[in-house]
Design a binder for this molecule. Structure first.
Ligand SMILES: Cc1cc2nc3c(=O)[nH]c(=O)nc-3n(C[C@H](O)[C@H](O)[C@H](O)COP(=O)(O)OP(=O)(O)OC[C@H]3O[C@@H](n4cnc5c(N)ncnc54)[C@H](O)[C@@H]3O)c2cc1C
Length: 493
């Protein structure tokens, strides 16, 4: 009897709580005001929902915008409505796609409405026109897979789970850039939802100055709902050659000398990454990934450039191009897409490898890992992409400012506890600091999408006065109130 009474009491409490919860939801001014405006497929997800954590979790967790609600768009028309609603109600707007971006400005975002654009993920190929039209929230993996199935390809980043537009708007590096240029160089036009809640088409012939800005500083001016890219016939039957090689660290100087020599005549089809990889109790080893989209000549190129270096292990494989992001480069693309441990990342752009500095970075990394064994999944990646088609585009033609860079360095700290944030930032700061001093650039340079935000605007957007004036002018024209200021914002004055 006593048990029965307790059960009744418990049921009563649960009932009252659930009524209060529902009242609270319908009373939420955001839900009440916005729901009726949106398309039927759209939804609003509040922090009380079990879906909220998954929709807001970020890959690089040291940078964490404060989100009050997620609005999942159901159709393109929802996007300008959300922008207008946020402005009218004085709410901060935040654009969320695949959530791999990082940068200090993300930590300044408070109480924001996040526009989740991932439902806009259609991929439509026009083989005759050699274009692909993609939704603004599509991932790299979806685009690469669809193009591969059609015997086509275009420049794309090396991790399938990353958004297609996020990289593009900052430039967009990938293995095919030697042939086709940056991802941004392949952009034909976009549909952009602007701060004034209109949708405009932006291309070389429509709002051409804005098109210039979108290709390198594009996170600043609106939300891309759809984009058209140039595509190309696969020249290799859709098969890549991949080699994964490991070395002991005493060969570092020879490896980076070989990388410097290789980059002087790097074939258009070949990308090489060198990585410092921790191992328990001893110094990190050096891993080299060599990926070529010309399988017929790749082995000869590999042996000529790196065959003289005494390796510890070496495997070679032929991979269908739509699997290369997952299987090539020691499978690092798969690990990056599934690992949910806390991360922080800094980038540096270089014109060449200054070998004593690379040794200095190795030593700093080895000490950092020895002192913080919990950070054993951290890695330093030295990315050497082919640059022929990137450099063929004049620097003034797009907002992308660093076309003469040959190597992108990614310092990636992976660690389990936020308490290590300070130590991690110290390591990232000192390693990036020495790289910047011998970068080959007069002043620090960093790929915008690898920047942590403390480098200064010039480092990511270029130091030329005309360039910054042009960007500020575009900001005044297209986003005077700073609606799109969450990601490496350009000031309007
Ligand atoms: C694991 C990993 C692998 C990476 N590999 C590469 C690579 O191979 N090549 C490369 O160039 N970069 C690479 N990057 C860097 C990448 O370019 C940036 O992290 C980029 O910001 C990720 O975009 P996203 O859509 O995934 O992330 P999000 O965090 O969702 O987007 C980042 C920012 O981009 C803007 N944005 C995204 N989509 C839109 C849109 N449709 N309209 C308007 N604004 C938009 C928003 O301002 C948003 O804050 C990688 C990053 C990670 C973490």
């Amino acid at each position: 009897m006593k048990n029965y009474a307790s059960l009744l009491l418990l049921a009563g409490v649960v009932g009252v709580l659930s009524i209060l919860f529902r009242l609270n939801r319908t009373a939420d001014p955001l839900v009440a005001g916005l729901t009726s405006l949106l398309s039927p497929a759209a939804s609003i997800v509040l922090p009380s929902s079990p879906l909220f954590a998954n929709l807001t979790r970020r890959c690089v967790g040291a940078y964490n915008p404060e989100i009050a609600a997620v609005v999942r768009v159901g159709a393109e028309a929802d996007v300008p409505l959300i922008i207008s609603y946020a402005k009218q109600n004085g709410r901060t707007l935040f654009v969320g796609s695949s959530r791999h971006g990082w940068g200090a400005s993300l930590n300044d975002v408070r109480d924001a409405i996040m526009v989740d654009i991932t439902p806009l993920s259609a991929v439509v190929i026009d083989s005759a026109a050699n274009t692909v039209t993609v939704g603004g929230g599509v991932t790299i993996g979806r685009v690469v897979e669809a193009l591969h199935a059609a015997g086509k390809e275009t420049s794309a980043g090396g991790c399938d789970c990353v958004g297609f537009l996020g990289p593009t708007l900052g430039g967009g590096h990938g293995r095919l850039q030697g042939r086709y240029g940056l991802m941004a160089d392949n952009l034909v036009s976009v549909r952009l939802a602007t701060a004034s809640s209109e949708i405009v088409t932006v291309s070389n012939t429509s709002h051409a100055e804005l098109f210039w800005g979108l290709r390198g500083a594009g996170h600043n001016f609106g939300i891309v709902t759809e984009a058209v890219y140039r595509i190309h016939d696969q020249p290799n039957g859709g098969i890549d050659f991949s080699a994964d090689i490991t070395y002991e660290p005493e060969h570092l100087e020879d490896i980076f000398a070989a990388l410097n020599a290789f980059s002087l005549e790097q074939p258009v089809d070949t990308t090489v990454f060198a990585m410092f990889v921790p191992r328990p109790g001893i110094q990190p080893f050096i891993a080299l990934s060599f990926i070529s989209s010309s399988p017929a000549t790749a082995l000869e190129t590999l042996n000529r450039a790196f065959g003289h270096l005494p390796h510890t292990s070496r495997t070679e494989s032929l991979i269908p191009a739509d699997h290369t992001n997952r299987l090539g480069a020691f499978g690092v693309g798969t690990v990056s897409c599934t690992n949910t441990v806390r991360k922080n990342a800094y980038g540096v752009s270089l014109t060449h490898y200054h070998i004593p500095t690379v040794r200095g970075v190795f030593t700093l990394f080895a000490v950092f890992i020895a002192q913080n064994p919990e950070a054993h999944e951290s890695v330093v990646v030295f990315e050497s992409y082919p640059v022929q088609a990137v450099m063929a585009v004049p620097e003034a033609d797009t907002a992308y400012p660093h076309r003469e860079e040959k190597h992108l360095i990614l310092l990636l700290a992976v660690y389990p506890r936020a308490e290590l944030d300070g130590l991690v930032a110290q390591w990232l700061g000192s390693a990036s600091g020495i790289l910047h001093t011998e970068s080959g650039f007069e002043k620090p340079a960093v790929y915008l999408n690898y920047a942590h935000g403390g480098e200064g605007l010039g480092a990511s957007y270029g130091y030329e006065e005309w360039r910054m004036e042009k960007l500020k002018g575009l900001k005044r024209r297209w986003d005077p109130e700073g609606v799109f200021n969450a990601f490496h914002p350009i000031p309007s004055v």
